[in-house]
Design a protein around this ligand. Sequence first.
Ligand code: NAD
Length: 352
Amino acid sequence: MNLVIIGFGGMGRWHSLRIKEYNALGVGKPLTVTGVYDISPDRQKRALEDGYKVYGSPEEIWADSSVDAVLVATPNDLHADYVKQAALHHKHIICEKPVAMNSDEAVEMYEAAEKAGVTFEVHQNRRWDEDFLTVKNIYDNSLIGEVYLIESRVMGGNGIPGSWRRLIKHGGGMMFDWGVHLIDQMFQMIPSAVTSLYSEYSYIYGEEVEDGFQLTANFENGVKYRITVATDCLRGLPRWQVYGTKGTATVNDWAITGGVTTVVTGEDNNVQGIKAGNGLTKTMAPRANNSKNNSDLLIIRAKPFEFYRNFVEACLGNEEGYIKRDEVVRVFKFMEACGLSAKNNEVIKNTF
Ligand SMILES: NC(=O)c1ccc[n+]([C@@H]2O[C@H](COP(=O)([O-])OP(=O)(O)OC[C@H]3O[C@@H](n4cnc5c(N)ncnc54)[C@H](O)[C@@H]3O)[C@@H](O)[C@H]2O)c1
């Protein structure tokens, strides 16, 4: 499978390096990056230095019968056109997230790919993040009893990086940048419908797009799921906090430090009051050590490079692609509802 990367910036080049690792590890059929297309002379130079053929125009890619597939890693507003063009010329496609600028555009892109009979995979790579898989395992196997609240956060302190991510017309903003990942993870984790949501966007830096947001989703099965994305935070909170009827789990970071605390006895009848500020509290006193059990997180490892392996198999017609049209469109519709909620300061009661 010969692949050309369109958009050889941070993520485009990252893919080229990862695909080399994938091939070297031999965990799937080879996928070979043969060429690059990027409008930036600097990026073209980089691609030549890396040993790739540099295409002079998209048309040259479409006309090249040695190219089986393209990977689109341009700013977000350019995804749709490249994907539709690639489908029209019967190239298989990987497209970076967020795949489109809205749910209608996403549907059009899928229809173009389906009509052409090509494989079209959106790079929802964070389904293979091991912090996420570790929390999903806690949820799936009720390791802290029945989970009723999940907090998922990413908190940076660098503002919005780069240029196009700060502009609406390029599909900037933190909902498209990080929300699309964290909402996709949420839907992968909770096998139930959302019955209501509420979202707030932040504009701390005065950009035209949101530099962060918070949302709460209530699921039909009783789970409440909160997502926080911040770019103004110099002292972050844990990546995950999970609350169950028998315990609490914390995942601090992508290195997956943290732990699980479960209750040994039901009620702790010997709670001693502690001095708290100017007062006394039993309610907020720590549980006695013999009434709880601390343990390490059971870390779930992902199969390396599953996304690329599955993409190649899907192109060859041997497997279905992992990232499904309905899943991608559902995330978009949910993000659109978050935008509406934030704009009008209202709870949205649709079902997603
Ligand atoms: N899945 C992930 O983990 C992840 C992480 C980062 C970025 N992304 C996604 O990858 C995409 C690219 O993000 P990035 O961080 O690499 O941005 P970037 O700005 O580093 O790179 C974008 C590249 O596209 C090129 N480009 C601009 N207009 C073009 C055009 N008309 N034709 C061809 N190339 C053009 C630019 O010259 C640049 O090299 C975005 O969709 C982003 O959301 C995904």
